[in-house]
Design a protein around this ligand. Structure first.
Ligand code: ZN
Length: 135
């Protein structure tokens, strides 16, 4: 069961909470127990799990990544988006989440985020739902 979400980003750098989309897909698939791998098949965005309560956490993440990896520097990559590639590798391209009783197992303050570093674009998020073996 490989599912695809499309996420439209609206700025060059953005952290977007996609938890509700994943919950909806999980509900429509009806998997009660197992895990989900969330993966982005892109080189300039990422997937991470972090706080979804205070929006300033997202902005702090963006600010620190921009300080560590500025948009313009003496990069060799001619496409002009080296910072986006590096930020993508720092964040990573996937996350795994447990599913129990038909629900995502996340901490109280956790959400699943797509991190855009070279938007705006339409991004694909692939989800592999792996049910527990019943044997
Ligand atoms: Zn590039």
């Amino acid at each position: 069961m490989l599912k695809r979400l499309e996420v439209k980003t609206s700025s060059r750098i953005q952290v977007i909470d996609i938890t509700s989309h994943i919950k909806s897909l999980l509900k429509s698939e009806g998997m009660s127990s197992g895990h989900i791998i969330v993966f982005v098949p892109h080189t300039t965005c990422g997937i991470t799990i972090n706080e979804n309560a205070d929006p300033s956490v997202k902005q702090d993440m963006i600010d620190v990544l921009n300080t560590l990896v500025p948009e313009n520097s003496e990069y060799r990559h001619l496409e002009g988006n080296s910072d986006a590639h590096i930020k993508s590798s720092i964040i990573g391209s996937s996350a795994s989440v447990f599913v129990e009783a038909g629900a995502l197992v996340l901490g109280t303050w956790q959400g699943i985020f797509l991190t855009e570093f070279d938007g705006p674009r339409i991004r694909s998020v692939l989800l592999k739902m792996i049910p527990d073996s019943t044997t």
